[in-house]
Design a protein around this ligand. Sequence first.
Ligand code: 5GP
Ligand code: ZN
Length: 115
Amino acid sequence: MTDDCIFCKIAHGEMPADTVYQDERVTAFRDVSPQAKTHVLVIPNKHFDSLNDACSDKSDLLAHALKICALVARDEGIDERGYRVLTNVGDEGGQSVPHLHFHVLGGQELTTKLA
Ligand code: 5GP
Ligand code: ZN
């Protein structure tokens, strides 16, 4: 838990969120400012600044987080139609909240294709 981190507070139930899934390692909740019909954030409960901070020795946690992204997509009914999972890293990557999170986006055609 990092003081003043909003996503740490959400993961620890100290700040309200529309949570769709939680276990001992990750929490998934709806984005407060959705960029698609379905927009859920999947975060590790433990604080990591970004993927940079979590890539060493955290393979199990990262694999679990991605698995939960797929589970959320299935629960939201968008797995067959298709969806996007992404994580922004740092300033040029467009990261605005410095707690690692995966965006799960779908429920509509996602037009911007950067990669
Ligand atoms: P980033 O820009 O860091 O990749 O994504 C951060 C996301 O967190 C944004 O899509 C933003 O709307 C969302 N967000 C920021 N603050 C809150 C909050 O307090 N609650 C929820 N549910 N989402 C938030
Ligand atoms: Zn945090």
